[in-house]
Design a protein around this ligand. Sequence first.
Ligand code: PXG
Length: 427
Amino acid sequence: MPFSANRQFKQKPRLLASAKDMHYRTTDGREILDGTGGLWCCNAGHGRRRIIDAVQQQIETLDFAPTFQMGHPLPFILAERLAEIAPEGLNHVFFTNSGSESVDTALKIALAYHRARGEGQRTRLIGREKGYHGVGFGGISVGGLPNNRKWYGNALSGVDHLRHTLDIERNAFSRGLPQYGLELAEDLERMVALHDASTIAAVIIEPIAGSAGVILPPENYLKRIREICDKYGILLIFDEVITGYGRVGKAFAAQRFEVTPDLITTAKGLTNGSVPMGAVFVSDKIHQAFMTCPENMIDLFHGYTYSGHPLACAAAIATLDIYAEERLFDQASELGTYWEDAIHGLKGLPNVIDIRNFGLIGAIELASRPGQPGTRAYDVFTNCFHEKDTLIRVTGDVIALSPPLILEKSHIDQLFNRIADAIRETV
Ligand code: PXG
């Protein structure tokens, strides 16, 4: 099993058998409140009839079609639908099968873009400490989580990292974006001074880092990063695998923060988690740079057998229909204050050292047990699952929450009451 303590799991498995709307059902029949949208992906809740019907119908009509020098209509229809909800100017889409593939794709497009324009010496990629960009060699290279990197050699060369923006000392219990830390954006100037802008292809960051335990951008931090990128001709990639598709009150965090990157990587909520799929959004400027080669030439030497897979496209189109009809991209704004009040209500519970929130994302950070990092939050997680019928996600000693966007106030109350009890019961 991925990212799991497999031997421990086998002793006391946690197995899910079915799911509907806000709940999973376990193999032993318990109904579990989903506080994590699966793994940050089931934004419209589970078992949505429209998606089921679309996929069923699609597999009967066209199960697979090659997309290398061939095609079928669905990826084009889907790309147009996506361009409609994307930030202005990001009108081109490349389809992948996961967030990790989206990241590799975006990094490769960034490198190839500079080369196509005669700046092939721009090969350096800048990530950020504590960043998570999936598990491909590109993603772990620009990523900044030591455990995901140290086992696997040197990965990509020519990568550097900005400092992360988590600063509990100054920003603990901030509601929404933290006040302190704008100066950390100047780290990019430091990178430019060290490496010279002429060697730097792109900066990749998560607008809100999820996997590292929900790290928020300080006020105006992203705007400043954008300015510095513009000053030096460096491409800016937002990894929105978690923040995309309504998690923060707009289709994308780029829109919520009013900062437009050159590329956006997505996956997860694109198909509501139902069929694996990712999408990379690319600006018109980047797309155009690839359109200057002779017409009989392949313009981008990249792609996957399953890019634009018919079932994934059908699932994604149905998902976008649900998001639009139920106005789910507004939910995180409309419920945001209620969510914020509820999660900050846990301040003062034993061992709670920080609470962070934005949109329908939340994090509760616990003090680590001396010499046993991660065990306290893990105990809260197992308590929630086995005794409170509630699914939360923990990373280190941080409880991370990202419920389906269809949730109601009563679910928010229930979720935080149960988590509060589990924290109280965990020494
Ligand atoms: N980028 C970001 C920002 C992600 O959060 C990926 C890329 C990789 O996506 P794939 O589809 O290749 O897994 C992710 C994935 C968690 C958790 O609970 C987060 C992810 C995956 C699994 C668990 O923090 N994010």
